[in-house]
Ligand binder design. Structure first.
Ligand SMILES: [Zn+2]
Length: 114
C-alpha cells in the first residue's frame, strides 16, 4: 500500500494549505509523478477515490496526474538518455557512472480551490 501512504501524506499537506489559505473545499489537485517513482497512476486513482470520502476538504476533489519521464545522466560521456529503456548503463558509452536526473518525483504541482 505504497500509494495510500503517499496519499495520506499529500492529504496532510493539502489540509495545511487549505488552513493557511482558508479554503473550505478543494476542487482539484494536480500531481507530478515520475516514471520510476514506483507509483502506479491507475492504482493511485483508486486509492484517492477511496480515501477522499473520509476527508471533508477533498470530498469532490479531482485528482490529475502528470507523468514525468525518467531521464538519466551519464557522467562519463555527458549524455542523457531514457532511464526506462536503458537502466543504469549508458547506451552511448556503456558506462555505469550514471545518475537519475528526473523521474522519481511525487510533487503537488497545483491546487485549485472550489
Ligand atoms: Zn555515457
Amino acid at each position: 500500500m505504497h500509494e495510500l501512504g503517499i496519499i495520506v501524506q499529500i492529504t496532510k499537506t493539502l489540509n495545511e494549505v487549505a488552513e493557511e489559505n482558508q479554503l473550505a473545499k478543494i476542487g482539484s489537485v494536480t500531481l507530478e509523478i515520475g516514471e520510476v517513482s514506483g507509483i502506479i497512476p491507475s492504482y493511485f486513482d483508486e486509492c484517492w477515490l477511496f480515501y477522499r470520502k473520509k476527508q471533508p476538504l477533498l470530498k469532490e476533489a479531482e485528482l490529475k496526474i502528470e507523468r514525468i519521464p525518467a531521464i538519466t545522466y551519464c557522467e562519463h560521456c555527458k549524455n542523457t538518455y531514457e532511464t526506462v529503456k536503458h537502466g543504469k548503463i549508458c547506451p552511448f558509452c556503456h558506462s555505469d557512472q550514471t545518475y537519475l536526473l528526473q523521474g522519481n518525483e511525487c510533487n503537488i504541482k497545483e491546487i485549485e480551490a472550489e
